[in-house]
Design a protein. Sequence first.
Length: 153
Amino acid sequence: MNTNIESAISAVLTFLKEVPLSASTVNLYRISYITIHKFCHHNGFTIFSENEAETFIKFQQDRLEKGEIGPRHFARLRRAATILMNYLTDRVLKWEHLKFNQRWLSGSYETVIQKFEYHLAQSFAPKTILRLLSVARQFLFFWKNSAYKISKA
């Protein structure tokens, strides 16, 4: 697609208004696209393909790890970058659940997640299950990585 970044951002924001999303959510994406545009300008990117999107996401991941941005802001920036990249590489714009680098637990932790997923499936919609599993997975990663530190303290 031979579209510059500014017009692509405009097209994506128009698409997001039609999803429909609330005005406040679209505004949060607008802010995300301002961040992406500034990053592209600062780094001399005239396109925003997979390589540029990965560079942007890695930069934002570093900011997240330094505590400069929060996890929700990072997630929105990552999603906004992915949507823009898809648009600029001739992919169809659609609003869908995107999975990013899902980490897998080992051994008994993964068994707990699988059992939890089974029980959630009895009562919740698929997107709710994904969200709850994500939170449980984050907690178990925290628990696994800090259990030794906690018990030795």
